[in-house]
Design a protein around this ligand. Structure first.
Ligand SMILES: [Zn+2]
Length: 239
């Protein structure tokens, strides 16, 4: 047996292919090896139907290294917030400013004092705003489904917009959102809140789950498409 065929790869392995990050993935529903771009993580996923065929996916990634480099080069890398710029929160555009006093939202402006942490303070304000808005929407959707309000938190996960841990005896359900949803259109953020609340009843993505989403916010398809198309952009926003 040659060295190459003896090499074993596992689901989740990360490789460097001609200077680009490639993650290996086993997907039992796939029929053949394939490549796709994970825009949120700025990496390429090489997928195979079985662990045995991961080496085939690796060979394919090497063969397509020029395509991989081109795809990753086209992703936005970092979008800095800056004084004089605009940040859109939940469908409202705020002008970003430097000013004395505490960091605040005032008359269509986000204002933070002039120091090295200015950008960080502005984004922390956006995070607080995200928690407020997503809490409001979660309360509305949970009530519409006759479920008690879960505990709600925001974080900065790279791979998902929300997650829902169902209630257990003595522990209420818990929903965690990406704070970056506040940077998306309000209808999109609201869809994610509805999606996670639907998980309070259906802990899966089956037809009954999607029927609940539909009942809460209408057709989820355009919102899901928006998130796929803009994931890299939302994750690129930084201090
Ligand atoms: Zn889900």
């Amino acid at each position: 047996m040659g060295l190459f065929t003896a090499q074993r790869f596992s689901d989740g392995d990360r490789l460097d292919v001609a200077g680009c990050p490639v993650r290996l993935k086993v997907d039992g529903r796939a029929r053949r090896v394939s490549l796709r771009v994970d825009r949120a993580r700025s990496e390429v996923v090489a997928q195979a139907p079985t662990p045995r065929r991961l080496s085939e996916a690796v060979a394919f990634a090497h063969e397509k290294s020029a395509w991989i480099a081109g795809q990753l080069a086209a992703l936005p890398s970092r979008i800095s917030v800056a004084p004089g710029g605009v940040l859109r929160l939940y469908d409202t555009a705020y002008r970003l400013e430097v000013g004395p006093g505490r960091t605040r939202k005032e008359d269509g402006r986000l204002i933070a004092p002039d120091d090295a942490n200015w950008g960080m303070r502005i984004l922390r304000l956006a995070k607080r705003e995200a928690l407020t808005v997503l809490t409001e929407r979660t309360i509305v959707h949970a009530a519409a489904l006759n479920r008690p309000t879960p505990t709600i938190a925001v974080a900065d996960p790279k791979a998902r917009w929300g997650s829902c841990r169902p209630a257990r005896p003595g522990t209420p359900a818990a929903i965690r959102y990406s704070w970056r949803l506040i940077l998306a259109p309000a209808a999109v953020a609201d869809y994610v809140a509805a999606h996670e609340c639907a998980h309070l009843i259906e802990a899966n993505h089956g037809p009954r789950f999607w029927a609940l989403c539909h009942q809460l916010v209408g057709d989820p398809a355009p919102h899901r498409a928006w998130l796929r198309a803009h994931a890299a952009e939302l994750h690129a926003i930084s201090p």
